[in-house]
Ligand binder design. Structure first.
Ligand code: C5P
Length: 401
């Protein structure tokens, strides 16, 4: 793929060298377009050596080649990392006073910007407005991480890790620039809950969180604002989502009810324990010398999906659940799914077959999407991103109606 990597003048410019390495090592042809200020942080020689291409910052260099038009037109993906407050402002206003901003004006491919700046600059009304405008125009502006900034200060404004930026950018290309979830606030639960028995033991399940994380990543790429309630995820949360980390069903329930109060779409992709130990010992449960085994009494957990479906505080909110099923003597996977669709009160139910090595923890998944009355309305088989996109296709359709 032909990629333009724009680098603006911030201390995080050094991390763009790692982004460049990740992209070229995956076989992409990358043209680096730094701003003048970016070259104060990382010099031209680094960009030329790592990209294998000459590097210019100005539209007046190499004029016969008309690079300010050609680079943007030919690009299949533009990534700007770091995007400084100044670069966001210039891009918002359609300035073309250097090669990078001129390239942004001629690019018709997906554009991904990863801002990095001091917290005050990120939170300033001017930057907020610029980011909102860029997002309205279809630019994927990744939320910065919170953490250590240039000096001893900390807060939101840190450039996400290079791997996370590359993953978000490649996901944006995967959607073909589709931004049909723009303006929607989406809350997704992912992972598997752990029900504590004592300070060191818990009852858990095999969920990796991969399907929920794929839903978060693809929703973000399609323009949604995403809150991810992650229960013991085994994979990193995508850059740009607001992550709420939880462990038990009780914590997940509270986080979901809070996030759902400002969500247009609520997705319960987490594997929630149906039962929890009736008591939670405050000290590690000891082995008895006489070999007596402590009884394990369980109580039922509330059904969070059914609660969310019954208590919608946002008008027009869509609630989607998952049903991980295995067939048995009472019916096949879809029979169970249909019964569950009717029982839960959700608008959509994604039904998938599970078992050891199928569905849970694997890279591939097969899902049939049912509406609230059990009628099949979609489905997909393939990577968890492919399945996620098929789910968003149905959701985007419904939200547009
Ligand atoms: O009833 P079952 O566990 O098969 O339903 C699965 C769906 O319900 C999933 O969307 C899961 O996140 C949700 N669920 C829940 N609270 C529970 C159990 C499951 O929200 N206690």
């Amino acid at each position: 793929m032909r990629i333009v990597l724009g680098v603006a003048g911030g201390i995080a410019a050094y991390k763009a060298a790692l982004i460049l390495r990740l992209l070229t090592e995956s076989g992409h042809d990358v043209r680096v377009v730094p701003t003048r200020a970016a070259l104060e942080f990382v010099g031209r020689a680094t960009w030329e050596a790592l990209s294998g291409h000459p590097v210019s910052t100005e539209v007046f260099e190499d004029v016969a080649d008309v690079p300010h038009v050609r680079l943007g037109r030919e690009a299949e993906l533009v990534i700007v990392a770091p995007a400084t407050a100044d670069l966001l402002a210039r891009a918002t206003h359609g300035r073309a006073d250097d090669l990078l901003t001129a390239t942004l004006l001629t690019a018709t491919c997906p554009v991904v910007m990863a801002p990095a700046m001091h917290t005050e600059m990120w939170q300033h009304a001017a930057t907020r407005a610029n980011v909102a405008t860029l997002r309205e125009r279809g630019v994927l502006v990744i939320e910065p991480d919170s953490g250590r900034l240039t000096g001893a200060d900390t807060g939101p404004g840190r450039l996400p890790e290079p791997e996370a930026i590359v993953a978000a950018a490649l996901a944006a290309v995967h959607t073909g620039g589709r931004r049909d979830l723009t303006g929607l606030r989406v809350t997704i639960s992912a992972g598997g809950t752990r029900e504590p028995l004592d300070p060191v033991r818990f009852l858990g399940n095999r969920s990796s969180g991969k399907q929920g994380v794929a839903l978060a990543r693809t929703a973000l790429a399609r323009g949604a604002e995403v809150t991810l309630v992650g229960a013991n995820l085994t994979v990193p949360a995508p850059a740009g989502v607001a992550l709420v980390s939880v462990e038990s069903t009780a914590e997940l329930r509270e986080a979901m009810h809070t996030a759902a109060q400002r969500a247009d779409v609520v997705v319960m992709a987490a594997a929630v324990a149906d039962f929890r130990p009736a008591a939670h010992a405050s000290h590690k449960i000891k082995k008895q010398p006489d070999g007596t085994v402590p009884p394990l009494e369980l109580v039922q957990n509330p059904d969070i999906l059914a609660e969310l479906a019954a208590t919608r505080s946002v008008p027009g909110q869509l609630v989607l659940g998952f049903a991980a099923e295995t067939g048995d003597e009472h019916g096949d996977v879809l029979d169970h799914g249909r019964a569950k669709a009717l029982r839960k009160g959700a608008d959509l139910l994604a039904v998938n077959q599970v078992g050891v090595g199928v569905g849970f923890g694997t890279a591939e998944n097969t899902v049939t999407l049912l509406d609230g009355s059990g009628i099949e309305v979609g489905g997909a088989s393939g990577s968890k991103d492919t399945v996620a996109h098929a789910i968003w296709d149905v959701v985007a359709d419904r939200m547009a109606q």
